[in-house]
Design a protein around this ligand. Sequence first.
Ligand code: OSB
Ligand code: MG
Length: 365
Amino acid sequence: MKLEGFELRRIRMPLRTPFRTSFGTEHERDVLLLRVVTSESEGWGECVAMSSPLYSAEYVSGAVSVIKRFLIPSLSTVDASRAVRDMARFKGHPMAKAAVEMALLDAQLRASGMSFGTFLGAVRESVPAGVSVGIAPSIPSLLSTVEDYLAQGYVRIKLKIEPGWDVSPVRAVRERFGDDVQLQVDANAAYTLADARHLARLDDFDLLLIEQPLAEDDLRDHAALARLIRTPLCLDESITSAKAAAFAISLGACQVVNIKPGRVGGYLEARRVHDVCVAHGVPVWCGGMLETGLGRAANVALAALPGFVLPGDTSASDRYYVEDITEPFVLEGGRVRVPGGAGLGVVPDGDALGERSTWVEWVPV
Ligand code: OSB
Ligand code: MG
């Protein structure tokens, strides 16, 4: 199988409702898609970098640049694991590398007729769906959003928190919806160890976990915090590789791990993070980055691996977008189905892509 080139495309995906986190408010997603063309098949990759470097150092225009200038020219083969080794000499840029890897894996798997799920080692045909709820303008508005998601069947609610929006929204959700709702919070690194006493107030609400309370590079402080609170500590931003996961676990910096393929450089590394966590008895769940149906298809396949014992941010398409670019992922009894077709098992709709594209460029290999 010969590599012919990559089509890079940016599409504009307006979010159904603005998504506010401790690092900013997203109104629409500027998504970079890759379509790799080989002599035998095509494959799709989605880059999860956001417009601005607020969640991590990467951003869409930077990803476009590094993919064109360095990653594509470094590739010697269609084979995805070989490509990951080719790209490894360039430092950083895991989200850009993950998008290239995803496109190659998809092309390779479509050519051989195998699904992402089968390739990765999925053991379930569907996965339970959680939903990530942004910081709301008021408590009543938060409660009506959560009520709507629970009515749709989401089996776990994650509240975004920040200083000034933490204990009161959690208390309000518990008081209104009861103790049976699986509830967790995500701070996106908005606190410091000096907030430990305040964060310990969340212990009263029987949360599944608190996600990334402190800075990305603050593993020692996370370990110290874990000794000061009872709520299990989960890391997102800090887990940049399987090695980082092993280190964080050995330090006592987390009891749970959020796995996002983009953040760790791809699905192959994501599977290694899963394996390391399983070996240490650490539960994992699949995070999200507001993906379109393409990234969602791959995430849902990953979330079907045996160590994913907590519901992920693997929501239905209509949680994010009025219209997805693929067949929409829908909630069925609180679960999302793992596609069974070759590769990702979904393809983007040509018309939808055309309408949403803001930029396209063909890069030959
Ligand atoms: O921290 O998990 C996060 C979205 C964008 C960037 C970071 C995060 C998130 C989410 C939403 O929480 C996850 C999703 O539903 O895709
Ligand atoms: Mg997070």
